[in-house]
Design a protein around this ligand. Structure first.
Ligand SMILES: [Zn+2]
Ligand SMILES: [Zn+2]
Length: 347
């Protein structure tokens, strides 16, 4: 098969022929029809993810058709249209048994712990636990975005963030996850403040339902402007980018007893990120993490997608062939961009 491969961190990836994957006993091989380009792929390529070994094939948000099935898979057959959360759970560890498969103790992640979906085929583990049937009405490009950014945003806003109608929700960083979060929060009846440094991203956020836009590059204190725009601070605030500055602005933009949800990854040379904990104590803030979304909780989201309440299809702003993927990956570092680029490996 053809795949995007990199041999060294941060050096250009290239498209080349590699051996086809084979399914594990509990796994499947999926013919990839669409795979999104995400900032996590860029972090992996930069060497920020300790799970990756070289050479490596990135890609973790995908949709496609089951091609081959391991002997212990009961629920899936060749020809089934599927997507998968980027956290593939084992199904049997204590976290999985408690229903928290998104933080499985023995998770695998395509594009991180093994070769991913910037390829014509990808192997996925524990298929009976992790695969999700794609509704007929959803295109592969749209379904691909569900695997990481849209599901991640849904869990952050709805399951972890507990958004409620009428609340102010601030979203810091309007890339793929952030724009998804804007759409999901607005659909839930919240009033959304979109925060970004890119005018294009803020314009898109408005079309997806943001009531207020804050240009974080505008000089004035971002958190103060959010507190002014929201009559004292957001009830719920997400750092969808992942940086010390956006994390702090998110926490500082909350009102009393507000909820901060950290969604963007925070790689750091020291392994820690400064957080305004004094404010968390004084205002009784909740600081929450959010990590993907377990497959068994997808139906709640899929019902809203099928009903047209949520429109992940609108987030897909470009589709490109596999040959363009190395360039798109490299560009994620300097310009994560507004919207979602989807790679179609068979074009
Ligand atoms: Zn991702
Ligand atoms: Zn597990």
């Amino acid at each position: 098969m053809r795949a995007v491969v990199f041999e060294r961190y941060g050096e250009p990836a290239e498209v080349r022929e590699v051996p086809d994957p084979r399914p594990a006993d509990h796994g499947v091989v999926v013919r990839v029809e669409a795979t999104g380009v995400c900032r996590s792929d860029w972090h992996g390529w930069q060497g920020h993810d300790p799970d990756i070994t070289l050479p490596h094939v990135p890609g973790h948000e995908l949709a496609g058709t089951v091609e081959a099935v391991g002997p212990r898979v009961a629920r899936w057959r060749p020809g089934d249209r599927v997507t998968v959360p980027f956290v593939c759970a084992c199904g049997t560890c204590p976290a999985c048994a408690a229903g928290d498969r998104q933080v499985c103790e023995r998770q695998s992640q395509p594009g991180f712990t093994h070769w991913g979906s910037f390829a014509q085929y990808v192997a996925l583990d524990h298929a009976d636990v992790n695969l999700i049937a794609v509704p007929d009405a959803l295109s592969a490009a749209t379904a691909a975005s569900l695997g990481c950014r849209f599901a991640t945003a849904f869990r952050a806003v709805v399951q972890q963030g507990r958004v409620a109608p009428g609340e102010w929700v601030a979203v810091h960083g309007c890339g793929g996850v952030g724009l998804s979060a804007v759409m999901i929060a607005a659909a839930a009846g919240a009033r959304v403040v979109a925060v970004d440094v890119a005018p294009g991203a803020l314009d898109l956020a408005r079309t997806f339902g943001a009531a207020v836009r804050v240009d974080a590059g505008g000089g004035a204190d971002t958190a103060e402007r959010i507190r002014e725009a929201t009559d004292g601070g957001a009830h719920l605030s997400l750092d969808a980018l992942g940086s010390p500055a956006t994390c702090a602005a998110s926490v500082n933009g909350l009102r009393r007893r507000g909820r901060h949800v950290q969604v963007g990854l925070l790689p750091s040379p020291t392994g820690t990120t400064p957080v305004p904990m004094a404010r968390a104590v004084a205002l009784e803030l909740e600081l929450l993490g959010s990590h993907g979304m377990a497959a068994h909780t997808y139906p709640e989201m899929l019902r809203l997608v099928e009903a047209g309440v949520l429109r992940p299809d609108l987030l897909v702003t470009a589709t490109v062939p596999l040959a363009a993927a190395p360039g798109v990956l490299a560009a994620m570092g300097t310009s994560p961009g507004a919207g979602v680029t989807v790679v179609e490996p068979w074009t």
